[in-house]
Design a protein around this ligand. Sequence first.
Ligand code: NAP
Length: 245
Amino acid sequence: MPPLDLAGKRAIVTGASSGIGRATAAALAAAGVHVAGGARRVERLETQVALELDVTDAASCERFVAEAVERLEGLDILVNNAGLALGRAPFDESSEEDEAPVFAVNVAGLVRMTRLCLPHFGDWGHVVSMGSVAGRQAYEGGATYVASKFAERGFMYALREDFLGRPIRITSVDPGLVETDFSRVRFKGDEEKAAAVYRGVDAMQPEDIADCILFALTRPWHVNVDEIVVKARNQSSGGRILRDG
Ligand code: NAP
C-alpha cells in the first residue's frame, strides 16, 4: 500500500524550539502538514503557528491548545516531544530541584497535553510521544529520567487500550543517543560534559527521529505502529556505547 498522504493534516508539536521537535515540525511541514509548535522559547519556533507553551502549567496548555486548534482549524496529530533530563548522578545524590521538573514535563505535561488535544480529533487522529531507550532499560545515573520514560510507555500502552475501536492511532518512538541540546540541559550548561556524550559515537541526528515519526504517521490507516526503538549503530543499550567504533 502507498504511504498515507499527510498533506492538509494539522499537527501540534510540543518542544518545537530545538532538537527532535524542531526537526519533526520541519519534516511535517515539508509533507504538507499545517504545524503549530509550542515551547517556552517562543522566539526560536519556526512553525506556521508559533505559540508560547509551558507544558508544566495547566493554564498555558489550555491557552495553547485553544489557540492552536483555532488557527489550524482543527487537529489531526499530536507530537508529545517536550522533555528533559537533569543530572547524571547516582540516585542518592538526587535532589527535589532535579526530580520535579523531569516528572512535571515528561509525565504530567505529556498526559495533560494528550487530554487537552484528544477532544479535537475528528475521524483521523494520531498521538505520537517521545519515549526513550531509558523507558525500556535502566542505566546508571538516570533513575528519574528512566522512571519518567517508563511512565510514558505505560501511558501509551494504556491509551491503546482505552481508544481501541476509535479512529485514533497511538505511537511511542523510543530513541537512543540523539545529538541535540538534551545533554546541554541535562548537565546545566556544562559544554564539556555535554560534548563528551556524543564524542566518537556517530550519534543519531534529530532528522533521523523525525524520519521515524513520519514513517509511523504515513502508514496505511489500518496500521498502528505501536513502538519504534531506534539507536545509533554504535549503541547497544542505554548505558553501552562504543566510542570511535
Ligand atoms: P532538546 O534539544 O533539549 O529539546 C527539548 C525541547 O523540549 C525543547 O524544545 C524545549 O523547549 C522543550 N521543553 C522543555 N521543557 C518544556 C516545557 N516545560 N514546556 C514546553 N516545552 C518544553 O532535546 P531533544 O533531544 O530534542 O528532546 C526531545 C525529546 O526527545 C525529549 O522528550 C527527550 O526526552 C527525548 N529523547 C531525547 C534523546 C536524546 O538523546 N537527545 C533520546 C531519547 C529521547 P523550551 O526550552 O524552549 O521550552
